[in-house]
Ligand binder design. Structure first.
Ligand SMILES: [Zn+2]
Length: 699
């Protein structure tokens, strides 16, 4: 569940991209503004900087900038069969995957990594995961010990024993326990009780009444039945109906994803006595003892209404029904680690049906992905030795400082904010922590038990990894919060802002082309990683981040008037994005994507200012490829968003992901920017042009 919390509160920058079948209207050849006379021209090494052959200059920048920058790439590129979308992020992820594979293979063969070392454990985890004939032979057997426990349940009272057991091992049935800094006192760790397991990706799938949602629920029910049949369960169809009915009841009482954006909605401190009254079917002292937690006075209940619905369900449903649901959560969670028929069925529903993915990724990619969550920093250590030279860290740090200064300047110049609130905002900005590349101190994996012997199974190693991570979290209770910890591994192609630590974090994995290249001109780097840096800084001041103060506490530091100004501006951004329609009858959810859209708008603006500072302090390179630094900046920005989608992937993204589809991430902020209009001579009448009164300006 700590993963669940993390999903809510760590605002990942750039996980999800869009791109889509944009129109291919041909117009006059590009009417780019004649650039100002420049002192000189610069040439970059071959293959560095902007790839002009990806551009479609038959479309003008003012018509559709995303298409102008990426049109030829879109026309020439086919989405690989094992992907639901394909673009800059995925290309880089593939490159990183291959690098991780090669360092793991080298580590396996390298005698310097002795038994018991983290590197050896990572290599062994990988080796057992890759052993498909072992998985075939074992079938569903690795899950048997957990299934037996469900079978052995004789009373509803004993249900909580099983839930404590599976909670420690990464299970997600009904409810879950997690450790995370206390939102209102970020100096101490808080114990959270969160809502648990649904099989569909969001509660809306269960409650919406449109044809597509109904069809998806039917397909899900069929999928459950298929899995039960494979396990040899009698009455599989009937049991699938039971599961769907139960999950639907729970989903009805869950907060919507829009409601969950407000952290106050997820913070309800309850004493254990109160909790025993609210959910009397569970003895909470015993539950805490069973999961190995110390005795606690309070828990932070994230979704009280959901917990009441759980209580009601336990009362109303038979023990057999409850066991059916538990069996489903077990097999659904374990399927990717079992024999091929389970892996295939899981793929058929979650990847093929929900996301249009045509074929399964090769096994090695899937295993690497899982290993990342289990023993990711051990892999990261191997990875950064290969991929991240010390000078990359130094240069990135300089950029961050420059962009932070530019953000401060923007705060000082805001017309809509009072001086006293500005002072608080500036104070928050000045206390930002910046983490780049990889942690100073690597995670200790000595307590992680990876079995690579004859009795080993992939699933058992995954469960061991989950239990290790759970215990690691548990051990933090009562200790000071460790702010040096990282929430992503170094090889991750992403970045995040964590409001509780008031920090921005950029793993080595994203500090690579096309986001960042030390050989490229500053304009390209500012439009790429610079805008990502700006995006993360802006998260500190988005609809969620703005509710946390400099110390990382959920606490209001705004004057009422300033906050209402902020909300009216963000409301305009909600309207702008809600009008985007990537597919027939599918609209972007402006409220749900608001934080990311604030990040993108703030990010590109402040990165632009950062570039201007850089150009003032350094020699202006003049034209490169016939383009001004400003033009190259915006082209680089649209390049990082180049993406193609399969239709169902796009639909699922819009329903479940707080990031807008990529083409709107590219174009959406630009229509609000005078600097963009100036760079490409965009004029009234161009589709990308908006009158000043309609341009959204927040940070
Ligand atoms: Zn973000």
């Amino acid at each position: 569940m700590s993963q669940f919390l993390r999903g809510l509160l760590f605002t990942a920058s750039v996980t999800v991209i869009g791109g889509c079948a944009t129109n291919t209207t041909t117009t006059e050849p590009t009417a780019t503004a004649a650039p100002e006379p420049m002192p000189k021209e610069t040439t970059l090494p071959e293959g560095v900087g902007i790839n002009l052959s990806y551009m479609d200059t038959t479309v003008s920048p003012g018509e559709d900038f995303f298409r102008y920058v990426n049109g030829n790439w879109i026309d020439q590129t086919e989405i690989p069969g094992d992907q639901g979308r394909w673009g800059s992020f995925q290309e880089l992820r593939e490159r990183n995957n291959e690098m991780v594979l090669s360092v793991l293979q080298e580590a396996s063969a390298n005698p310097k990594y002795v038994d018991g070392s983290a590197e050896r454990k990572a290599a062994e985890f990988y080796r057992v995961g890759m052993d498909s004939s072992r998985a075939e032979q074992q079938g569903v057997q690795p899950l048997q010990p957990m299934l037996e426990r469900v079978k052995a349940l004789k009373t509803k009272k004993a249900l909580q024993d099983f839930l404590a057991y599976e909670d420690r091992r990464g299970g997600d049935a009904f409810y879950g326990f997690g450790i995370f800094p206390d939102l209102k006192n970020s100096k101490v760790m808080g114990a959270y009780l969160g809502a648990g397991g649904l099989g569909l990706p969001d509660r809306d799938y269960y409650v919406k009444d449109d044809t597509k949602s109904k069809e998806t629920r039917k397909a899900y029910e069929q999928h459950i039945a298929r899995m039960f049949e494979m396990m040899g369960e009698p009455n599989a169809q009937k049991k699938a109906q039971t599961v769907l009915a139960m999950e639907t009841r729970l989903a009805q009482k869950m907060l919507t994803k829009e409601e969950q954006r407000n952290p106050y909605n997820l913070y309800h401190k309850r004493s254990i006595a109160e909790l025993n009254k609210m959910v009397p079917s569970v003895n909470w002292q015993k539950y805490l003892a069973d999961i190995g937690a110390p005795s606690l006075d309070t828990l932070i209940v994230m979704q009280p209404k959901y917990m009441e619905a759980y209580e009601k369900m336990v009362k109303e449903r038979s023990l057999d029904d409850l066991k059916t649901y538990l069996n489903w959560r077990l097999i659904d969670g374990a399927a990717p680690f079992l024999s091929n028929q389970f892996v295939q069925a899981n793929f058929d529903f979650y990847s093929k049906y929900l996301r249009d993915v045509q074929e399964m990724s090769p096994r090695w990619k899937r295993v690497i992905n899982v290993a990342d969550g289990m023993i990711g920093e051990a892999i990261g250590k191997l990875y950064v030795d290969e991929a991240f030279p010390p000078q990359a860290k130094q240069q990135a740090m300089e950029m961050v400082e420059n962009i932070k200064e530019a953000f401060g300047e923007r705060i000082r110049n805001l017309e809509w904010m009072s001086d006293s609130t500005k002072e608080k905002a500036l104070q928050k900005l000045s206390t930002f922590t910046v983490k780049i590349g990889y942690p100073d101190e690597w995670r200790d994996y000595s307590d992680l038990q990876i079995n690579a012997g004859d009795s080993a199974s992939y699933l058992a190693n995954v469960v061991a990894g989950n239990e290790f991570n759970f215990q690691r979290e548990l051990d933090k209770l009562g200790k000071p919060v460790d702010r040096t910890e990282w929430g992503m591994t170094p090889q991750t192609v992403n970045a995040y802002y964590n409001p509780l630590f008031n920090e921005i974090v950029f793993p080595a994995g994203i500090l690579q082309p096309p986001f960042y290249d030390y050989r490229a001109d500053a304009a390209v780097n500012y439009g790429g990683i610079g805008a990502v840096i700006g995006h993360e800084i802006s998260h500190g001041f988005d609809d969620q981040g703005s509710r946390f103060d400099a110390a990382g506490n959920l606490m209001n530091w705004w004057s009422e008037e300033d906050f209402s100004q902020f909300n009216s501006r963000t409301g305009e951004l909600v309207n702008q994005y809600s009008a985007y329609q990537p597919m027939d009858s599918v609209f972007v959810n402006g409220k749900f994507t608001l934080g990311e859209n604030i990040g993108d708008l703030g990010g590109i603006n402040v990165a632009y200012d950062g570039l201007q500072r850089h150009l003032q302090e350094n020699e202006n390179p003049g034209l490169i490829d016939g383009l001004t630094p400003e033009q190259r900046f915006f082209i680089s920005w649209a390049t990082i968003w180049r993406t193609k989608y399969r239709p169902e992937f796009l639909r699922t993204q819009v329903l479940t992901d707080p990031h807008s589809p990529a083409m709107y991430r590219a174009n959406g902020p630009l229509v609000n920017m005078q600097a963009f209009y100036d760079a490409f001579d965009i004029k009234q009448g161009d589709p990308m042009w908006r009158p000043e009164s309609e341009r959204v300006n927040i940070w």
